[in-house]
Ligand binder design. Structure first.
Ligand code: UD1
Ligand code: UDP
Length: 359
């Protein structure tokens, strides 16, 4: 049996690492990389650090508008699928690579498994929400990380093929955190001391492509006077330059703007941060797993459990709310009631697929 895994963006490399390890015990796997992310620190560093198998196909689609990017991927993936004829296609998360992979497969009548199915922010202005909803509705096997995700799918009438497995990012974190603590020297390299700094990541279109929002976020960071380490996504760096915000950041003595870091360094920076400011989906979850208070620079989140449990607060791009949360937000207690699985989601996914496809 042959499975084709389709990935293209940073969080997908992290998600596929534990799943691929398990899948290869049951299947022949081929990896198709769309080329959505291509800079060394957005791409290759993850394959090297996490021992992910090299892609069998690299489509090199690169950056562009949604139509250009998704269309290019669709064409490239279709060609590979026609040649390889896998028994199943596996897609992850909610990026344009996810949707293109699923769409190419369904038209060729190839079964689709979606890892991280059922997530909803209920905000259709976010490209990720469109990608998730459409992918879920054409998938045959839907691997939901949480109870909430299962309920979301049921409400949309999707009942067959839904499995509650837990979250593969939790698997990845459990597997790598000890390695990260041993190997990473990032705190020394950056001159950071545990719990004496905050971490920020910003890359979502609603924040970066909107000058008012990005400026308000940066002003809040600068005015907080807290030491904030800020590994900037290339998209964000581009817009910081476009909006003339780079000079402001360079002048500010409390903002440490650095290139994106590898996963092991990221885990260490996250674990030792006093608070995390982010619009990332994955980083919100990792903050929760590591018990670091999270301030989410969005109006809505698909990871509602982290908010319900008091470890995450939604502040959008509002300067005074961000500043207030930096100063005052503390988790409401020791509650830690939501489960993202038991660290064996990847094993369950591989087992379910091997049972189902053998039939
Ligand atoms: C994509 C996903 C987003 C996910 C994020 C993970 C979509 C619609 N968005 O957003 O859901 O959270 O990945 O990081 O799929 N760029 C580079 N080098 C790279 C990659 C990107 O310079 O290696 C720059 C380019 O200017 C590009 C911009 O970043 O135009 C945006 O990249 P793109 O892949 O389109 O979207 P992301 O913002 O990365
Ligand atoms: N990440 C990383 N280095 C960074 C920023 C993020 O390794 O400089 C990791 C992070 O730990 C998490 C994943 O990338 O595992 C999240 O991806 P991202 O924020 O790009 O996308 P999202 O989760 O929002 O889709």
């Amino acid at each position: 049996m042959k499975v084709a895994t389709i990935v293209g963006a940073r969080p997908q490399f992290i998600k596929m690492a534990p799943v691929s390890r398990e899948l290869r015990k049951h299947f022949d796997e081929i990896v198709i990389h769309t080329g959505q992310h291509y800079d060394y620190e957005m791409n290759k560093i993850f394959f090297e650090q996490l021992n992910i198998p090299e892609p069998d196909y690299y489509l090199g689609v690169g950056s562009g508008s949604h139509g250009y990017q998704t269309g290019g991927m669709l064409q490239g993936i279709e060609e590979v699928l026609i040649k390889e004829r896998p028994d199943l296609v596996l897609v992850y998360g909610d990026t344009n690579s996810t949707l293109a992979g699923a769409l190419a497969s369904v038209k060729l009548h190839i079964r689709i498994a979606h890892v991280e199915a059922g997530l909803r922010s209920f905000d259709k202005r976010m490209p990720e929400e469109i990608n998730r909803v459409l992918t879920d509705h054409i998938s045959d096997y839907l691997f939901a990380p949480t109870e909430t995700a299962v309920k979301n799918l049921h409400k949309e009438g999707i009942k067959d093929g839904v499995y509650l497995t837990g979250d593969v990012m939790y698997d990845a974190l459990l597997y790598n955190i000890k390695i990260a603590r041993e190997k990473s020297r990032i705190l020394d390299e950056l001159g950071l001391r545990s719990k004496e700094y905050m971490l920020a990541t910003v890359h979502r279109a609603e924040n970066t492509d909107n000058q008012k929002n990005l400026e308000s976020i940066i002003d809040a960071f600068i005015e907080s006077n807290e030491l904030i380490v800020f590994p900037a996504h290339p998209r964000t760096r581009k817009y910081l330059k476009t909006y003339g915000l780079m000079e402001k950041i360079e002048k500010a003595t409390n903002i440490l703007l650095i290139p994106p870091v590898g996963y092991l360094d990221m885990l260490v920076i996250e674990e030792n941060a006093r608070k995390i400011l982010t619009d990332s989906g994955g980083v919100q979850k990792e903050a929760y797993f590591l018990k670091v208070p999270c301030i989410t620079l969005r109006e809505r989140t698909e990871w509602v459990e982290t908010v319900e449990d008091g470890w995450n607060i939604l502040v959008g791009a509002n300067k005074s709310e961000i500043r207030r949360a930096i100063k005052e937000f503390e988790p409401s207690g020791e509650t830690y009631s939501y489960k993202f699985g038991d660290g064996k989601a990847s094993m369950k996914i591989a087992r379910i697929l091997s049972e189902q496809l053998d039939r």
